[in-house]
Design a protein around this ligand. Sequence first.
Ligand SMILES: Nc1ncnc2c1ncn2[C@@H]1O[C@H](COP(=O)(O)OP(=O)(O)O)[C@@H](O)[C@H]1O
Ligand SMILES: [Mg+2]
Length: 122
Amino acid sequence: MTHALVVSNVSKKYNMVGSSIQVLSNVSFSISQGEFTGIMGSSGSGKSTLLDIIGTIDQSTGGYVLIGDQRLDQLSENQLSEFRRDKLGFIFQNYNLLDALTLRENIALALVIQNKPKQKVD
Ligand SMILES: Nc1ncnc2c1ncn2[C@@H]1O[C@H](COP(=O)(O)OP(=O)(O)O)[C@@H](O)[C@H]1O
Ligand SMILES: [Mg+2]
């Protein structure tokens, strides 16, 4: 089966002033097309960190992520923006909706950014 996602030896170390924390160490797994996967772990175990890296919000400090046949760390900022717009769905724990917009407008915004025809947005 084709792999939709490959996470290969991904590590993440957060560096702070005077200290650092190794959150992920050589995480590897792959997910096939059509597979539905959940990630479980205690609070602080690194689930959000891993999803941020897969979701292109953050970068790993080691290893790489492949979505389809594309290595995420080899995309430019513009390519990453296009990738997020066209290929990725991401629901945040705290939603991150825009307060100035209605719920409907928040949903429509993604279609407007993709230049979808007005009928489709409505
Ligand atoms: N931006 C950051 N800077 C420093 N440490 C962080 C940062 N984000 C998360 N951490 C630390 O990384 C660890 C994993 O956090 P997180 O990925 O949010 O875990 P989970 O989502 O599984 O609860 C925690 O110890 C957390 O304090
Ligand atoms: Mg979390």
